[in-house]
Ligand binder design. Structure first.
Ligand SMILES: [Mn+2]
Length: 325
């Protein structure tokens, strides 16, 4: 697949600007964080100022990334914003709204860097390469275009971006180019074992205990094609777990052979629940989430709902059964 080179307007802005604020999308992931942290280091190596600002805090697994402690978090802008900044750089946000801080960022000229389909091209310069498996790969090419030799910490951030967006080199976007970028980043100092340890082997004890509680009440329906799980207050208590320990648990039931759709109901109050839906292929869970006033993507969606847990579960299984066809 041919690569989209960084446009001249972007290179010019990065060369001429002196102080940059960088952000990613809400609920930051490895690609948005790794790309922003990596690009911030690249800009600093050119003698420029760079401050990463995200609305939402990063998941604990990313706090080991070099520079993560310097990330500014929250609605309140960083010191000197906007007067002390020349440009805002948005990392993989298809629309400016996805940053959660659009109003503030609009005070600066925006550089829009993304690899998603359907990007709104809202920046003064826009660089969108939908053939790239991760924005981190584009940042790696950008360093080359800017004549920057990246160091081990920058390589580590960009490697994390590529590794997480390819699901640990397992997803359909795991192209030869993704391996090429990963190989180059390892030569530049990224340590795969170390990053894998941070990402996949640094879970809290409470997360695993909560997973155990959740799986004990796993149910399969529709000849094993639908899995349903619950996270109730009592389970959090038994596992000594908090909300932060429950991230991504919905992905486990999807790993069962034959399961095409997953429902997770997480208790929020006596009779209120947060629903998470996951699916494979053509099974559209976004439509079901929308019918409850929620939203998301075709294969991953969420909503909030009131009701008794058993009837909610039955209702969702029926809807998913129809979606399975
Ligand atoms: Mn990405």
């Amino acid at each position: 697949m041919s690569q989209v080179p960084p446009p001249d307007g972007l290179l010019q802005a990065l060369r001429n600007g002196q102080r940059f604020v960088l952000t990613g999308h809400r609920r930051p992931d490895g690609d948005s964080l790794g790309s922003a942290l990596g690009l911030a280091r690249i800009l600093r190596s050119l003698g420029k100022g760079a401050q990463v600002w995200n609305l939402d805090p990063m998941p604990p697994v990313y706090t080991k990334l070099p520079g993560s402690a310097r990330v500014h978090v929250g609605e309140e802008p960083p010191t000197g914003f906007p007067d002390n900044f020349d440009y805002a750089i948005c990392c993989e946000c298809p629309t400016l709204d996805r940053t959660g801080i659009a109003d503030a960022l609009s005070l600066l000229p925006i550089l829009n860097l993304d690899h998603h389909l359907g990007n709104d091209l809202y920046g003064e310069a826009n660089w969108v390469d939908t053939g790239a498996a991760a924005l981190g790969m584009m940042i790696h090419r950008l360093a080359e275009a800017l004549g920057v030799q990246i160091d081990a910490d920058t390589a580590t951030s960009l490697y994390t971006a590529v590794m997480t967006d390819t699901g640990g080199f397992r997803f359909g976007n795991t192209t030869a180019e993704a391996f090429d970028a990963a190989a180059a980043l390892v030569r530049e100092g990224a340590q795969p074992e170390r990053v894998s340890h941070w990402l996949y082997e640094s879970q809290s004890e409470a997360t695993l205990r909560l997973l155990g509680e959740m799986l004990r009440r796993l149910e399969l329906h529709h000849d094993g094609r639908i899995a349903t799980v619950l996270l109730l207050d009592e389970m959090f208590e038994r596992a000594s777990a908090t909300a932060a320990d429950a991230e991504d648990l919905v992905d486990y039931p999807r790993s069962i052979e034959g399961v095409d759709a997953v429902v997770l109901l997480r208790q929020q109050g006596a009779n209120s629940f947060k629903g998470s839906l996951r699916s494979r292929g053509n099974v559209d869970v976004e439509r079901i989430a929308r019918s409850y006033g929620g939203g998301g993507h075709k294969n991953a969606a969420g909503f909030e709902v009131e009701g008794a847990v058993d009837s909610l579960r039955a209702e969702l299984v029926a809807s998913l059964g129809e979606a399975l066809g």
